[in-house]
Design a protein around this ligand. Structure first.
Ligand SMILES: [Ca+2]
Ligand SMILES: [Ca+2]
Ligand SMILES: [Ca+2]
Length: 761
């Protein structure tokens, strides 16, 4: 067992200090202090051997009978010691060295030649001899060599007598591993029966006057309802942990712990979180809360209670107060790794960045025989820490809250598994408190119960996914000192963003340090916790282009101490844009779109404004990091062009859409410049892009050109190749080429009395 002597000394010192404060009588002299110390730390009533370390330079030959050589040193104190204790023999402490072994010449071993041992002569006052030796100028230190023994835990001062509780033989879950948790092994030790620990069972009903519980005088938390229909369940749970050590019925796994009960039926409604908070406030650090409740939050089946946020935060509160919370994993057959909260987050999957740890020990249900397997109804996943028997649990029974007798052999579910794990947790806390003066903080206790070396696996841990069943013998044989860790990890440094795109920000920071260990990092974006990470980097995806985000990272240790935050503001880049020129088509076109793979606009989408190109409307979208825009068009009132159901895809940049054909770039926008040799003295031109829409008659007046005798006009005809034209005088006299109209190619032409020639006049 790994009980550290140093820690025991520390505890004893604490006791001593208290008594000095109470009984102290003014400052002690130096010698009083020295002797007082000897009194406190060493039992000198039966010292048989004193070890003396002589000062470097005394330089005795390393041989037995060194008292003769010492006498020749003429040290005043030693001389008086030798005369007071004439039979003293000063021998080598190390018989592996002698004066031939050159130990003095070996630098690394030279220190050992200073050590000698003095057998305390029969009847001599060892304390007097010690003090006398320590006064010598030649002695560095003389100390009593007391008993050495394997450190052991204190024996239970209230031995558990299980043999006369007649049902104990049916409580296989208490048996040694691999069948059970080996409660009797814990009972041997002080606190292993739960003495010194209180716990709350939170559920709905109990028969607290049951003959095998009544001796506990179980307190009932005020404000709750003791529901008779649930009395059997609660009585069975209490029986597993707290059936009294007497000569009837069963015996609880932690039968000396003080049970309390709290009903979550409070007033007219279910108030589990309230019951947790009140229970936590009524307990002390090291105590335990058992949550015997599951909730319906998912069509797939029953879920652990921490899937409700208020209950999750109530558990966090209890754990922050040093209370260990044991939580039934639920009987929903649900893979908790895949469970998603209402907002779509895998909050119970330790491998998800959205994992959130309540700090509770979550319990699954295993079979009662070895090798244990997950029972079909049990929820499972990497969140589940430990399992207990989920079937055939022998315990107390009740038909209503007034029952005083009743036993059952088939209590089952994560309901029966959880009190088994709770019993183990209470036993360990009791031993820790008795042995070290402190119970474990909840996170350290959970790690002990999750330990894959000490505890009993299921047949296939990777597929069963319900953790391990506590093996108290192995845990107790390797019992660590409780770490009361209140020191937060160091602040994460060098918090930087390595890369930014229009929709993502990549973050990294240097690994933080802690006096125990850094357990994980919390990453916050704009004051919202977005990830719980074991790594020191993160890719934040799905962001908006050209937006600034404020990040905070904190390092968290296993005791949930959090570092100072490191902060960082980062902006996404501007993102890709897509510009669509839409050739009408719909007279008032709408574009309904999404960045490919992203989220659609709300139908009908966005009305497209007219563009600078005649006959075209135009719209520009920032699609972030996406590389194309998926779009369909409509008239705003239910008539759609969705490419026959395939939709249209536009690349980054500018595209022109013309009746289902997409071409890169802006629309072709031809112009036609016409020099008109007058003709009509105030000529008008009535025109359209070929195939397009005519101007309103008489069309537009043509201004004089820079060439004498000619008027001039420039027409924008979009993608049309020609302008179709006729001329008039603005008041009803027309030249329409005899009804055939004139056609001008894109570019510059000269018109002279019905003849068109390319170029300027
Ligand atoms: Ca008994
Ligand atoms: Ca009993
Ligand atoms: Ca720490």
């Amino acid at each position: 067992m790994m009980i550290k002597r140093g820690l025991l000394s520390l505890i004893m010192f604490t006791v001593v200090f208290t008594s000095v404060v109470v009984f102290g009588n003014g400052p002690a002299t130096a010698s009083e202090d020295k002797e007082a110390k000897a009194d406190k730390y060493f039992n000198l009533s039966n010292v048989e051997e004193i070890v003396v370390k002589f000062k470097e330079g005394v330089n005795l030959s390393y041989e037995d009978g060194a008292q003769r050589e010492l006498a020749s040193k003429k040290d005043r104190e030693l001389s008086s010691t030798f005369s007071e204790f004439p039979d003293l023999k000063v021998n080598r402490l190390f018989t592996i060295f002698d004066k031939q072994s050159k130990v003095k010449q070996n630098k690394a071993k030279a220190v050992f030649h200073n050590y000698f041992t003095i057998p305390v002569p029969k009847g001599a006052d060892a304390e007097k001899l010690l003090n006398s030796l320590n006064r010598s100028e030649l002695v560095e230190e003389a100390y009593p060599k007391l008993e050495a023994a394997e450190p052991t835990l204190a024996t239970n001062t209230t031995p558990v007598q299980s043999s006369n509780d007649p049902n104990f033989i049916y409580q296989g879950y208490a048996n040694a591993a691999a069948q059970g948790i080996n409660a009797p092994y814990a009972w041997q030790y002080e606190g292993g029966d739960g003495k010194g620990i209180s716990y709350y069972d939170i559920e709905r009903g109990w028969a607290l006057n049951h003959e095998d519980l009544v001796a506990h005088s179980v307190p009932f938390l005020a404000g709750g309802t003791n529901a008779s229909t649930s009395a059997n369940h609660g009585t069975a749970v209490l029986g597993v942990i707290s059936a009294v050590d007497n000569t009837i019925g069963n015996i609880g796994l932690a039968n000396k712990a003080q049970p309390h009960v709290a009903s979550y039926e409070r007033g007219a409604s279910t108030k589990i979180a309230e019951a947790i908070i009140l229970a936590a406030d009524d307990l002390d650090p090291g105590d335990v809360i058992l949550l015997e409740v599951q909730v319906s939050g998912n069509a797939a089946g029953w879920l652990p209670v921490e899937t409700w946020d208020a209950e999750y935060d109530a558990i966090r509160y209890a754990v922050s107060q040093g209370i260990t919370v044991v939580e039934a994993g639920g009987n929903g057959s649900v893979n908790l790794d895949a469970y998603q909260s209402y907002s779509g987050k895998n909050v119970l999957n330790r491998n998800s960045p959205h994992f959130r740890d309540s700090g509770a020990i979550m319990v699954g249900a295993g079979s009662d025989t070895y090798p244990h397997t997950r029972l079909s109804f049990s929820n499972y996943g990497n969140r589940v820490d430990a399992f207990g028997w989920g079937t055939d649990v022998h315990t107390l029974a009740a038909s209503d809250t007034t029952s005083t007798t009743g036993y059952q052999s088939g209590f089952s579910g994560t309901s029966s598994a959880s009190p088994i794990v709770t019993g183990a947790a209470i036993s360990l806390q009791g031993i820790a408190k008795a042995e070290f003066g402190n119970a474990y903080q909840p996170y350290q206790l959970r790690e002990l119960l999750r330990n894959t070396t000490y505890n009993t696996p299921t047949d296939s841990p990777s597929t069963d996914q319900i953790g391990y069943m506590p093996n108290l013998e192995n845990i107790i044989d390797n019992l660590p000192t409780p770490i009361i860790d209140t020191t937060a990890p160091s602040q994460p440094t060098n918090f930087t963003s390595t890369t930014q795109t229009a929709s993502s920000i990549y973050l990294a920071w240097d690994i933080a340090t802690d006096n125990v260990a850094v357990d994980h990092y919390e990453l916050w974006r704009d004051s919202v916790l977005i990830a719980t990470l074991s790594s020191n980097f993160y890719a934040d995806l799905g962001l908006t282009p050209s937006q600034t985000y404020n990040y905070t990272v904190k390092a968290v240790d296993p005791m949930n101490n959090k570092s100072l935050p490191s902060n960082l503001s980062v902006s996404t880049s501007s993102g890709n844009t897509v510009t669509v020129y839409y050739k009408k088509g719909f007279a008032t076109p709408y574009i309904h779109y999404r960045p490919a793979g992203g989220t659609w606009t709300t139908a009908p989408g966005v009305a497209m404004p007219a563009s600078e190109v005649a006959g075209y409307n135009k719209y520009t979208v920032n699609i972030g990091a996406a590389t194309s825009l998926e779009a369909v068009f409509n008239n705003g009132s239910g008539t759609w062009d969705n490419n026959g159901g395939s939709n249209y895809f536009f690349s980054v940049g500018t595209s022109t859409f013309n009746a289902g054909v997409i071409t890169a770039g802006v629309p072709v926008n031809n112009t036609v410049t016409i020099y008109y040799k007058r003709g009509f003295t105030t000529p008008y031109i009535h025109w359209r892009p070929e195939g397009g829409t005519w101007t309103t008659a008489p069309g537009q007046a043509m201004a004089n050109s820079e060439v004498a005798g000619y008027s001039k006009v420039t027409l924008t005809i979009g993608s049309a190749a020609r302008a179709e034209v006729c001329f008039n005088n603005g008041s009803g006299t027309w030249d329409s080429n005899g009804g055939s109209n004139y056609f001008f190619n894109a570019g510059t032409s000269t018109f002279d009395s019905g003849t068109i020639t390319a170029g300027t006049p």
